[in-house]
Design a protein around this ligand. Sequence first.
Ligand SMILES: [Zn+2]
Length: 482
Amino acid sequence: MTKEKARDWIDENRKHIVELSDRIWEYAELGLVEDKSNKLLADELERQSFEVERGVAGMPTAFVAKWSNGEGPTIGLMGEYDALPGLSNNKVPRKEPLKPGAPGHGCGHNIHGVTAVSAAIATRREMKEEGIGGTLKIYGSPAEENYDGKVFMVRTGLFRGVDACLSHHPGSVNTAGLSSSTAINSVKFHYYGKTSHAAGSPEQGRSALDAVELMNIGVNYLREHVIDKARIHYIIEEGGGQPNVVPDYARSWYYIRAPERDQVDHIYARIRKIAEGAALMTETALKVDFLTGVYNILPNKVLSGVVVSNMKEVGAPNYTAQELAFAAEIAKSFPREQKVDNLRKSKMPHPEKYVDIDIMKDILDPWNEGEVSGGSTDVADVSWQTPTIEFGTAAFVLGAPGHSWQTVACSGTSLGHKSLIFAAKTMAGATLDLLTKPELLAKAKEEHAKKMQGRTYRCAIPNDIDPPLAIAKIAAEKLKGS
Ligand SMILES: [Zn+2]
C-alpha cells in the first residue's frame, strides 16, 4: 500500500520529474563544474524539506541532503549529473551535434541524479504519512566520469553510519547486476627538459617528449608481465609545440586498471619505476600527479534481490510505435555483429533471444555474479563502506556503444524518461523495503562483512590531494564547444 502510494506520487509528478532530467540534459556540464545541474537537484530537495549541505568534501558541486523521521535505519541514495566531452547531439536517431564539440550526456547521468531525488521525495512523503522511522541521505556526487567525486566524499567520512546505499544507472537492460568493476588509478606524468633549436643545437636540448615516449615503451614491455585482466591505457596530452623546437615540457595521462585494488597498487609501483627510468635516460625531471584512484565494486546480492523484486512489482515500461521506430533507427547506426559480440561478451543467458530486440522490455535476474566488467566507477568506494547496489534500467538501444551520441540522443527522449520513471518507482519501493524490513538490512550487512574478508578500506587518493577543481575548470573551458 505504502509503496503503491509512493509510486503514485511519482506518476502524478511525472511531468516535473522528466523536466528536471531534460534540463540537466541541456546543461550537459562536465565533472566538477556541474554548477546548474547540482543546484537544480539540491534546490528541489530543499523545497521538499530536506536539509541540504552544499559544497561538501571540497567540491562546490557536491551535496548531501538529509531528512530524518526519528529512529530507524539510514538509507543512502546516490545521484550523478556530469556529462562527457564532445558528445553533444540532438534528440534524433542520427549523429547531429546540438552544439558542435560541446559536452553531452553520453552516459545518461541527466537521469541518474533525478532518479535518486524523485525516489527520495516519494519515500519521504510515505515515511512521514505512515510514521516510518529512519533517515534518508541523498548524495549529489559530481564528476563520476573524470575525477571520481564519491571517493572524496568517502574520504571525508560522509558515508559513515549509512546502513545501505542504492544507486541507479540508465543502461540497456533492466537488472541489478552482480558483476564487479575494475579498480583504477588515474595519473599524469609531467616531464621537464631543456629547450633548444632541434636542428642548430640539438645536443643542448633535453627532450621531455623523449621521456614521455620512452616511458610509454617501457610500459608497453611491462604488459607481458602483468596479470591478464589488467588494463593500462594512456594518451599524450602535451608533446611540444612544433618539430624544430626540442620540447622542454611534455605530459602523459595514464589509467591503470585491474580487478582488485592491491593489483592496481602493484602495477602502479612498477610504472612509477619505469617513469623514473625514462627521466634518468633523458636527463629530464619528472613530476607525478596522482589524480584519482578507485576500488573495485563489492556487489551485494541481498540488495540486488530487493531491487529486482521491486522492478518486477512496478513492471517494465511499454513503448509506443514511435519509440520503437526511434530505437530501430539508432540500431541501424552500428553493425549488428557488434551487438552480437557485446551480448556474448556480457555472458547474458540466451543472447540469441535479444539479437533482434532494440529496446529491452524484460526484467532480468542478474546472471553475472563473479564477473568483472572492464570499466570502473566511484560507486565502488561506497561499496567498501556499506552494502551498496547500482541497478540499471533500459534507456539505451541494446548493443549500442556506451559514451556515444546514440546514448546522448536516447537519454533526452521518452526512452530516457521511461527509464527514469521506472527506476524512480523501483528505488522508492526498495528504499521503503529496507526501511521497514530489518531482516533484509541485517542480511545485506552480513553479506557485506563476508565480502570485505576482514580487509580495511584505505582510500587510494592520498590525503594531501584535493579534488582537482582548477584542472576541471580549465578542461571545461577548453571543451565547451563552439
Ligand atoms: Zn555513467
